[in-house]
Design a binder for this molecule. Structure first.
Ligand code: COA
Length: 423
């Protein structure tokens, strides 16, 4: 068999993440999520100046493949103006969808079946919200709202409790109890996450990745949005401690220690290292290992632990080798159980805040974690980073990447972009 090639990420972009809430609609409440995907794909093309005809595939992740999110990768290829020959495939691995897509992109490039792939994900939780399952929720009533989206085979309920796989809040409570993660630890993480995200916003750390978008306001005027709408810079531990449990009366999770429901899209450009050299593009990171795994659905958030160990083992590295970790704060138990089980320094985890502050636009989250980590690795000259995400119905994925030793080159690349006003 021919030697595997190296797959690199040359750029990552995303839209701002807007609040998805019926009570207080956010800035993308009336925006189609595939339009957000188009913006991300087009921004990558503009920033990298790659010839559209040389894109081998567009991969888009989302677990809700209906309406505007059905066949979404192919639709984005067509609607964004790519040549007809640029194919598109939509991937569903629940919350891990866009990281699964990134893994397929990397594998296609490593094996020589493709040279350049755009891989991303998107979600409108304003349009397709997550069910919130409480212990007394009448699942049959709730199911009426969701049967168009999901008709699980009743046979799976001979093995698992329905409340384990819908909404995931109760599974997060189970993990908190089983791994002894206290309400106070969860509250403190929720605060840290928000303060880190607010600091990153203030310091302009997301400028390299967020594509500003003009939205129409109800009064007919328009606004340019370039920030994540859910971050709470004024968050305090007193307020967080005062919030009631969400999923059960004696539960540990509250509105602050759960991910924020958001709308958004994100995408990265993957290519072979040779192709990047040929095009004069500076790789941000090289893919070193990948892992995916199922886990008992009732403890799904714990899935990031075994899958991260698997990625480390495949790369021949240990916890101490990793400079930066990103993991999805679907619930604050996720970073906390990962830190506890693997013995990670918390200062290296989600350094610019995570989903409890910024949001979890489900289909976009996996690629966001990988891409935001790649940007931060370049900012601080880190060598290795490991991104992981757990998913509903018991799955998890992880990707371990190494920063290219082109820091000066990449800085120059970004400067060139800015001076050409391409961003
Ligand atoms: C948990 C959840 C139900 C809360 O929704 P919500 O009730 O609309 O939440 P809100 O944003 O209105 O927040 C409720 C309160 O908490 C407060 N709050 C939330 N985060 C806070 C923070 N970090 N600091 C301080 N206060 C905070 C809000 O300000 C609000 O206070 P108020 O009532 O005084 O205005 C919703 O966010 C959710 O379902 N999240 C999980 C998503 C999910 O399951 N994803 C899939 C995972 S796999």
């Amino acid at each position: 068999m021919a030697k595997l090639r190296e797959a690199v990420i040359v750029d990552f972009v995303r839209t701002p993440f807007g609040r998805a809430s019926k009570k207080r609609p956010g800035f993308f409440a009336d925006v189609r999520s595939d339009d957000l995907g188009i913006i991300a794909a087009q921004a990558l093309m503009k920033r990298t100046r790659v010839n559209p005809a040389s894109i081998d595939d567009i991969i888009m992740g989302t677990p809700t493949q209906i309406g505007e999110q059905a066949n979404v990768a192919r639709n984005i290829s067509l609607a964004a103006g790519f040549p007809f020959e640029v194919a598109g495939i939509s991937v569903d691995r629940a919350c891990c969808s866009s990281m699964a897509g990134a893994q397929f992109a990397a594998m296609a490039i490593q094996s020589g079946q493709a040279d350049i792939i755009i891989s991303g994900g998107l979600e409108s939780l304003s349009h397709f919200g997550n069910p919130v399952i409480l212990p007394d929720t009448d699942l049959w009533e709730l199911a009426k709202d969701y049967t168009a989206r999901w008709q699980a085979n009743p046979k799976i309920f001979e093995r698992i409790d329905p409340t384990d796989i819908m909404g995931l809040g109760l599974a997060a409570e189970t993990v908190a109890e089983k791994y002894d993660i206290s309400r106070e630890d969860l509250d403190q993480w929720a605060l840290t996450c928000n303060l880190r995200a607010a600091a990153a916003q203030r310091e302009g750390k997301f400028k390299d990745q967020i594509i500003p978008i003009e939205i129409k306001l109800p009064d007919g005027t328009s606004e340019l949005v370039d920030y994540d709408q859910c971050v709470k810079p004024d968050s305090t531990i007193e307020k967080i401690r005062s919030l009631p449990p969400i999923y059960k009366p004696d539960g540990r999770l509250n509105a602050a220690s759960c991910s924020k429901e958001t709308d958004g899209a994100a995408a990265a450009m993957f290519m072979s290292k040779e192709k990047a050299r040929e095009l004069g593009l500076k790789p941000m990171v090289t893919i070193r290992s990948m892992a995916w795994s199922g886990i008992e659905p009732g403890i799904a958030p714990y899935g990031v632990c075994p899958v991260s160990k698997k990625a480390l083992q495949r790369a021949g590295l240990s916890v101490g080798d990793i400079d930066l970790w990103e993991t999805n704060e679907a619930f604050a138990v996720v970073p906390l159980v990962l830190i506890k089980e693997l013995g990670i320094d918390p200062e290296k985890v989600n350094v610019n805040g995570g989903a409890c502050g910024i949001g979890h636009p489900v289909g976009a989250s996996g690629i966001w974690l990988l891409g935001t980590m790649a940007h931060e690795m370049n900012r601080r000259n880190a060598r290795y980073g490991l991104a992981s995400i757990p998913g509903g119905v018991g799955q998890a994925t992880a990707m371990l990447v190494e920063r290219e030793k082109y820091w000066k080159g990449r800085a120059a690349f970004l400067e060139k972009l800015e001076s050409a006003a391409l961003t």
